[in-house]
Design a protein around this ligand. Structure first.
Ligand SMILES: C[S@@+](CC[C@H](N)C(=O)[O-])C[C@H]1O[C@@H](n2cnc3c(N)ncnc32)[C@H](O)[C@@H]1O
Length: 241
């Protein structure tokens, strides 16, 4: 990989930082204790960042998933979001899409994907979820292989779907090395996100699939030195496991 391209990454960081730094500083002035609570500060920063940056994902912002759910077919939208600063926007979008807590069609859980037992308890038991949707999230979950496999084994119904759109490790080892090199800097601003996770490989290697379909967005195929390589997948869990 060209050194100039690898180092340009630092310049690319300027845009997201410039978006979130001012509102985060305002929050620090209002609540100075954020300075001694790095996890809370990171959540605040990420919330401001994603409110603007997330728009590029699909021309919408937080809670993209709700925009694609047909409320005549989806009986309940369960949103998993440990960052409570994201909740207001998520709830707004869910409500606009026809899902409300009042009628039981919307459930917003302040849990992480790794909290599988609490998730199962909240949704009424194990293997109750028809469709798991992950948009740019598995890059941030702790203990990713264990977390993903637990969601698939304990959360997803037999015959259920996993739909994902994630950025993953570049298949070129030199680019993957740079992804790993910049991870600590990137993660500091993007809620602990790891650029170099082979999430697509981990998902594909899970032994319980009946059907799988996965692709790279066309526009990215021509850019082998990308730091952000996306994979989009639809996987169906075997009915009998
Ligand atoms: C890049 S944003 C994507 C948000 C949303 N999926 C969307 O498309 O707008 C990553 C999200 O993952 C959430 N996140 C971080 N750690 C998580 C975890 N352990 N479990 C579930 N979500 C997590 C963050 O709070 C953040 O909202």
């Amino acid at each position: 990989m060209k050194l100039s391209v690898a180092l340009n990454f630092l310049l690319d960081l300027r845009f997201p930082i410039s978006i979130a730094i001012k509102p985060t500083l305002r929050d620090i002035v209002q609540c100075p204790s954020l300075l001694i609570r790095p996890a809370a500060l990171s959540d605040v920063f990420m919330h401001h960042l994603w409110a603007v940056f997330g728009a590029g994902v699909d021309e919408n912002s937080n809670g993209h998933t709700a925009n694609y759910l047909d409320s005549t077919k989806v009986t309940r939208y369960i949103a998993l979001e440990p960052n409570v600063h994201m909740h207001a926007e998520l709830r707004k979008r869910a409500n606009a899409a026809g899902f409300t807590e009042a009628d039981g069609t919307f459930l917003l859980l302040s849990l992480g994907a790794q909290d599988i037992d609490l998730i199962c308890a909240a949704v009424g038991g194990t293997q109750q979820i028809d469709t798991l949707v992950s948009i740019l999230t598995l890059c941030s979950v702790p203990d990713p292989v264990k977390t993903i496999y637990a969601l698939l084994e304990k959360g997803l119904k037999p015959g259920g779907n996993l739909l994902f759109h994630e950025h993953v490790r570049n298949t070129r080892e030199d680019v993957a090395w740079w992804q790993g090199f910049w991870n600590p800097v990137w993660g500091m601003f993007f809620g602990g996100c790891k650029m170099n996770r082979p999430t697509d490989v981990w998902i594909d290697e899970w032994p319980g699939w009946e059907e799988r379909s996965v692709f790279t967005p066309e526009r990215e195929a021509e850019e082998p030195e990308r730091f952000f390589c996306h994979r989009v997948g639809q996987y169906v869990k075997a009915k009998a496991s």
